[in-house]
Ligand binder design. Structure first.
Ligand SMILES: Cc1cc2nc3c(=O)[nH]c(=O)nc-3n(C[C@H](O)[C@H](O)[C@H](O)COP(=O)(O)OP(=O)(O)OC[C@H]3O[C@@H](n4cnc5c(N)ncnc54)[C@H](O)[C@@H]3O)c2cc1C
Length: 461
């Protein structure tokens, strides 16, 4: 098996096929082992977030006062020290996992020479051919850059350039209020940059619970973030003393830097897909079937290059599933119940449907809420705004959705996911004993809240 791209999807495909006894090779561009996930995406951004939280002392201010911070004048060097350390360690982990499984790794840019053969342009300039019975395309994406904007990677940049900023900007415009845009808006706002978010649509993060998005907006406004919803950028000008973002409505926003976070483009343009009998859509994405097979049955595609949900978490699972299918190994279908984690400050995570979605689907539900400020652990860690919300079916008492906001949300959600995945009911959570004092206890508190409400309805019915 030949795997193009060593991000989460490619890695897991390679290792799964190797474990099933196949000879496997992975190719990736020089210095990109581990993929976008490891070099410009998930890992550096989440490490940066951790560094921001630690150095700014933001999460400790409820306890030690609003002026508390670990370090005044946080520099880019302070932030990137941690990122560089983690990325280097993780590259080692990926390299050693591939080596342990006897997966050979080749450096260069790949393109199809024919449906079974890859031509690899190596860093030395040599071209090498590799052939295989199965090919997995896991080439991921790059940030989409509108043609009308002149990016210089320093003052007008995309999310890849954020990691090489020379200094923490005093002010920043972020174009696009998607997940990546809002994660970086949170980090820079926490660092003290004056952030303005410009978004074409009237709202943001519309896949999430409305109440939680409102709470996030409230928190970010508190950190001096300005939102400009329903606004389109007409031009971005670069001046000697900064940038000027001009909106179609006529508003002008001066800032040190502008970051575009306006979607991503599949990395398929260099692949010569037509030589393999394949084509990509206008956004560079490849179409696959339920087994991640492209129209050419021995070629699979996984990860961001196939589009939604475009997460490291799902890419890994897709890679494994594709390898199993290629090797004729029975595999369970990826569970429909996929959690979403958004590392804004505070973080958001959910699994299942939202209140709006359930209402749209005409599914009745009852709500149970636990607020961190009512939990001993919430008080201990100084998180007074966090919350957990359970949406419960009054018909069979199963969980229809779990929504979490605040410290540990992306970890806590997996309790709800497990209960939902195993068909458990709210009564399981009412009867369960949770470690005390924990944030996990919020499940019990929210479950009691939901069952009390259900009881009130039952009494009147
Ligand atoms: C800023 C940011 C934050 C993110 N945060 C999260 C998060 O918190 N959680 C989460 O789950 N996901 C997150 N993601 C998404 C996550 O990074 C992606 O879903 C994941 O990286 C996709 O994995 P992949 O397997 O498709 O490959 P990628 O990680 O995209 O890697 C693809 C690899 O293919 C290589 N490649 C491309 N073309 C060729 C070629 N022609 N020849 C050789 N090699 C080639 C590239 O060099 C690259 O190394 C984030 C993304 C970004 C940008």
């Amino acid at each position: 098996m030949l795997v193009i791209g060593s991000g989460p999807g490619g890695q897991k495909a390679a290792i799964a096929a190797a474990k099933l006894g196949r000879r496997v090779a992975v190719v990736d561009r020089p210095d990109m082992l581990g993929g976008v996930s490891l070099h410009t995406g998930t890992i550096p951004s989440k490490t940066l977030r951790e560094a921001v939280l630690y150095l700014t002392g933001l999460t400790q201010r409820d306890l030690y006062g609003q002026s508390y911070r670990l370090k005044d004048d946080i520099t880019v060097a302070d932030l990137t020290a941690r990122t560089r350390h983690v990325v280097a360690r993780e590259v080692d982990v990926v390299r050693s996992q591939l080596a342990r499984n006897h997966v050979s790794v080749h450096s260069g840019t790949a393109r199809f020479a024919d449906p079974h053969t890859i031509a690899l342009s190596e860093p030395s300039g040599r071209e090498r051919r590799l052939s295989a019975g199965h090919v997995v395309i896991a080439t991921g994406t790059r940030p989409a850059r509108p043609d009308s904007v002149e990016f210089d990677g320093r003052t007008i940049m995309d999310s890849d350039n954020v990691l090489s900023l020379e200094r923490v900007p005093r002010s920043m415009v972020i174009v696009g209020a998607g997940v990546i845009g809002m994660e970086y808006a949170s980090m820079f706002a926490a660092l003290g940059s004056r952030v303005t978010v410009v978004e074409k649509r009237a709202a943001m993060l519309d896949l999430c619970d409305v109440e939680i998005v409102e709470s996030l907006k409230y928190h970010l406004r508190d950190l001096a973030v300005t939102f400009r919803f329903g606004e389109t950028v007409a031009a971005v000008e670069r001046h000697p003393r900064g940038t000027l973002t001009v909106l179609e409505s006529g508003k002008k926003i001066p800032a040190d830097t502008v970051m575009y976070s306006a979607g991503r483009q599949g990395l398929t343009d260099e692949l010569d897909l037509h030589s393999a009998g394949l084509a990509a859509d206008a956004r560079g994405r490849i179409t696959v079937d339920a087994h991640y097979r492209t129209e050419v049955p021995h070629i699979y595609a996984v990860g961001d290059v196939i589009g939604f949900p475009a997460l490291a978490a799902t890419s890994m699972e897709q890679g494994r599933a594709a390898a199993y299918h290629a090797c004729g190994e029975p595999a369970g279908r990826m569970h429909q119940l996929q959690p979403i984690g958004i590392y804004t400050i505070p973080e958001i995570s959910f699994v299942g449907r939202t209140e709006d979605r359930l209402t749209e689907d005409r599914v009745p539900f009852e709500v149970g809420v636990a607020r961190y400020r009512e939990l001993a652990r919430g008080q201990i860690i100084g998180d007074s705004h966090g919350m957990l919300k359970l949406l419960v079916s009054p018909v069979d008492r199963t969980l229809l959705g779990v929504h979490c906001f605040g410290s540990g949300a992306t970890e806590l959600i997996h309790i709800g996911q497990s209960v939902m995945g195993c068909g458990g009911t709210v009564d399981y959570l009412v009867d369960a004993v949770f470690n005390y004092p924990t944030l996990a206890e919020s499940y019990k508190v929210a479950a009691l809240d939901a069952t009390n409400r259900l009881r009130q309805v039952d009494r009147l019915d």
